[in-house]
Ligand binder design. Sequence first.
Ligand code: HEM
Ligand SMILES: *[C@@H]1O[C@H](CO)[C@@H](O)[C@H](O)[C@H]1NC(C)=O
Ligand SMILES: *[C@@H]1O[C@H](CO)[C@@H](O)[C@H](O)[C@H]1NC(C)=O
Ligand SMILES: *[C@@H]1O[C@H](CO)[C@@H](O)[C@H](O)[C@H]1NC(C)=O
Ligand SMILES: *[C@@H]1O[C@H](CO)[C@@H](O)[C@H](O)[C@H]1NC(C)=O
Length: 335
Amino acid sequence: MARCGAVMSLRFLVVVVALHALLPTATAAAALQEGFYKSSTNCTVDVEATVASVVQQYISADRGVGAGLIRLHFHDCFVKGCDGSVLLDPSPANPDPEKASPSNGGLRGLDVIQEAKRRLESACPGTVSCADILAFAARDASNVLSAGAVDYGVPSGRRDGLASAASDASQVLPPPSAQLDRLTDLFAAKGFTQDELVTLSGAHSVGRAHCASFARRIRPNVSATMDAEYGARLQRQCPADAADDTVAVDQDQATPADLDNQYYGNVLAGKVLFDSDWALVSDNATRQMVADNAADQARWAAKFIDAMRKMGALDVLTGDMQGEVRRFCNVTNSG
Ligand code: HEM
Ligand SMILES: *[C@@H]1O[C@H](CO)[C@@H](O)[C@H](O)[C@H]1NC(C)=O
Ligand SMILES: *[C@@H]1O[C@H](CO)[C@@H](O)[C@H](O)[C@H]1NC(C)=O
Ligand SMILES: *[C@@H]1O[C@H](CO)[C@@H](O)[C@H](O)[C@H]1NC(C)=O
Ligand SMILES: *[C@@H]1O[C@H](CO)[C@@H](O)[C@H](O)[C@H]1NC(C)=O
């Protein structure tokens, strides 16, 4: 009987393996692939080089835009997948898109996407998706801000989504007040480990934050979980009225314009803005990850690349049947 069972399960296994062998063929057309636009006969220009040159141009004028692009890609991919849904403006048909969520306050880099799209539409109309432009731009920004340390290929062929809702963004994106359990859950919901959460948080070594997002940590008094001098400096930089959200400060006050592992040194020193940053040392396991990243820039950069590529593949739309290629990145083709 036992042998019979073994034979049965072997047969079953063969069937399962055969079915699995079929699956990839069925989905192969829909997989992202590096150099997707190289094989497109539509384009008279090099698509990725065009995006890179626009990103370079805007970053030369303002490095902060590069930080904005990295955050935009994160906010696109976590909410309904990397489908350009974060780029849609409110319209009569959709008055409350992701962009209108408080979680998307302070977005920047949108003009970079618009300019890259404008150039690509004139070279090859209806061909390059906004979701891909954003994925390329975030990669290019990471590359420039890290002086080449973060350098990776971006599989492409994403299509642009038709839907975008502020409520989705508010549910899925972590607030700056989040503690470790919440952060862990929100990242796990997208298939990310705690180590990847810690790795990706290193993006807070560039860019800025508006004072309202950490006001509770500096007023009336500097939080006990923050370095006193760093806190005093933030008190001087930020308006006394916590409701006044016009001022933004550098996230990393040591090397504000460089994407590097300085963030982890800042976390260990209590020189970070958000509860969510400090939360990474609230647990022994994640504290060790922070210390490891602080100690090894090259290893962090390698992990950051892997995590960014993984993020760029979240719930993508592909093929001819899903989504569309928008003509303008801020509005769906049907308006
Ligand atoms: C772990 C949970 C996270 C929380 C709670 C969080 C929260 C925030 C907040 C509140 C800001 C300030 C926005 C503003 O005031 O303008 C910010 C900025 C930023 N975030 Fe995050 N973030 C998280 C993870 C990430 C990840 C995973 C990335 C990318 C890989 C990222 C990249 C950035 C960048 C680059 C900025 C600066 C944007 C700019 O200068 O325009 N963040 N984040
Ligand atoms: C999309 O962007 C263009 C250019 O900035 C603007 O003129 C247009 O009004 C925007 N569309 C919507 C729906 O906001
Ligand atoms: C080529 O461009 C046309 C519009 O000019 C578009 O309909 C078609 O989908 C494009 N082909 C590819 C492979 O992107
Ligand atoms: C803030 O610090 C001042 C002076 O040290 C102290 O008197 C006050 O009680 C503190 N306020 C809070 C809310 O901790
Ligand atoms: C965390 O580390 C501290 C000090 O290294 C140690 O005393 C404590 O037992 C550790 N906690 C856990 C849950 O491992």
